[in-house]
Design a protein around this ligand. Sequence first.
Ligand code: AMP
Ligand code: MG
Length: 423
Amino acid sequence: MQIEPIKTAPSCADDREPGILSVSEARRRILQALPELRGEERIALRSALGRVLSRDIVSPLNVPGHDNSAMDGYALAGDQLPEAGFLDLEVIATLPAGGRFEGRCGPGQCVRIMTGAPMPAGTDTVVMQERVLALGENRVRIGPGHRRGENVRSAGEDIAAGSLVLAAGKALIPADLGILASIGVGEVSVRRRVRVAFFSTGDELRGIGEPLSEGEVYDSNRYTLHGMLTRLGVELMDLGVVRDDPAALREAFENAAKVADVVITSGGVSVGEADYTKEILEQAGEMNFWKIAMKPGRPLAFGNLGDALFFGLPGNPVAVMVTFYQFVLPALKQLASGRPWRPFVVEAVLRSPLRKRPGRYEFLRGILRPGEDGTLEVESVGQQGSGILTSMSRGDCFILLDEEQGDLEAGTRVRVQPFAALV
Ligand code: AMP
Ligand code: MG
């Protein structure tokens, strides 16, 4: 008698599956589906950190405003500097930062000058204090070895009046706040923030403070999502936990889509009895795809609910974070700025071997550190299950192993994505 092999459905455990999307194709489809974010507001500089400029900033000023001294020292006309021997000069004034010198500095004269003070008329060079010998009350001696123009910062060398300082689409970092202040700008026009609604799904989920019965778990995904979204500076709407009930889920989907640009759920996207996410996305909106050849995080439903983008993330806590960082973060960054998103990836040397079966892209959690010669080295955090959330806390990077990659030996160069760059 011949035994028929049993027919099985594609599953999370398969390494290869026909028709499943690659990580890069899934990301491409997501970034292609982004709408344009309209709307801007004017805000004070102190509130502008992380916000995205909606308009170009052109400088009304030169920075610095005048040629000025980069050192505490003596300002003089550089054509007198001695090539050999000494030059003695009369000190005709002292000029602090913010001070003014009305006169003119002639040959044989110099002005004692402090850092930041404007260069007196007739001078183009500052000899630093430590290189000058005081001869008496108002006389100093300078030796050879100086260069005409040294220790002078020229007007507009950082920012020229009329030049483009910061372009629309720039997300403001601390340096930008300082730059804006330096040109006297106290308010900026910024793009409105992306509105993100999120909720967890699952009958087994309980809130902190509630007792846990057997089989129940605390809803942790909403907290990791809260953290990741807060760092991205989006406007957050936490819609709580929704039961595994098609009517309740559909209502939650529709309500979320009314108030948000982006709706994010976790759980309920696989093929279990209570996994309704895909079905409801298809009924209430449109599904773009729901499976990616990656580990962890194979099921990820992406589509739209009316004008809102929809991400149905998996339920497993590590899978939520990996899919968020790999797909939701690029979308939110690009939506917020209107600029293309680029991943920050560096190379590191593996400290110990890794097992990997070809088929799916894997995002292992690793620990990155410099080796003895300073080269970056990386090793796995150890346990890599999609429920081992502590791996995301102990690790500080993803080790990126693409679809076709097999086992790796120690010493192999691998690509890693530091968590620090995922903000
Ligand atoms: P699911 O995709 O809904 O089948 O969930 C997969 C696994 O993730 C199950 O073990 C769930 O209990 C767990 N899970 C789902 N949602 C959450 C959540 N919000 N917090 C913690 N664990 C969750
Ligand atoms: Mg579930």
